[in-house]
Design a protein around this ligand. Structure first.
Ligand code: SME
Length: 160
């Protein structure tokens, strides 16, 4: 059993420091990418409040394919450049979207989603996956969330 006790009311930098530390502990010594992504999605869900979807899309043969996640069933394949995840995959840059309805081409997987944060996971100079977080609250994510999830992406790039 893994018992993490996130202080979800802590300041964001502290919360994300704890998340990254927990992520390293949880994946240490495990080589199975699916197992690691499944646990990491659950960990993000536990640590980061006000989400309705949290998980991974993996780059497989040039397109994003749904990976382990928590939330409602989601679209399975996303082409680079398509929607928020595809924009992150194509550019290799974080996508912080305060209002998903204002994002051209946003793919609605859950009608409850209002804002979104997508962070590319880069290994060997290439985008190998993206971490996607959706919130039912408008403008839920800020630069501290982006920095925190980016630190997570860097920490786990070798184990997914
Ligand atoms: N909204 C995303 C699609 C994935 S779901 O949010 C889980 C997008 O526009 O890329």
């Amino acid at each position: 059993m893994y018992e993490f006790a996130p202080q979800t009311d802590a300041a964001k930098p502290e919360l994300y420091r704890e998340l990254v530390e927990a992520a390293r502990a949880l994946t240490a010594g495990e080589r199975d990418a699916v197992a690691n992504m499944a646990n990491l999605a659950a960990l993000v869900w536990q640590f980061v409040p006000r989400l309705n979807w949290a998980g991974f899309y993996r780059m497989v043969e040039g397109e994003l394919v749904l990976g382990p996640f928590i939330g409602k069933p989601a679209c399975i394949r996303i082409k680079p450049g398509q929607g928020v995840c595809g924009a992150a995959a194509a550019s290799g840059e974080i996508q912080l979207v305060p209002d998903v309805h204002a994002f051209p081409g946003h793919i609605a997987c859950d009608a409850a989603s209002r804002s979104e944060l997508v962070v590319p996971v880069i290994r060997g100079g290439a985008v190998v996956a993206v971490i996607d977080l959706d919130s039912p609250d408008p403008a839920r994510f800020d630069a501290e969330d982006a920095a925190g999830i980016s630190a997570l992406a860097e920490a786990i790039a070798a184990v997914i």
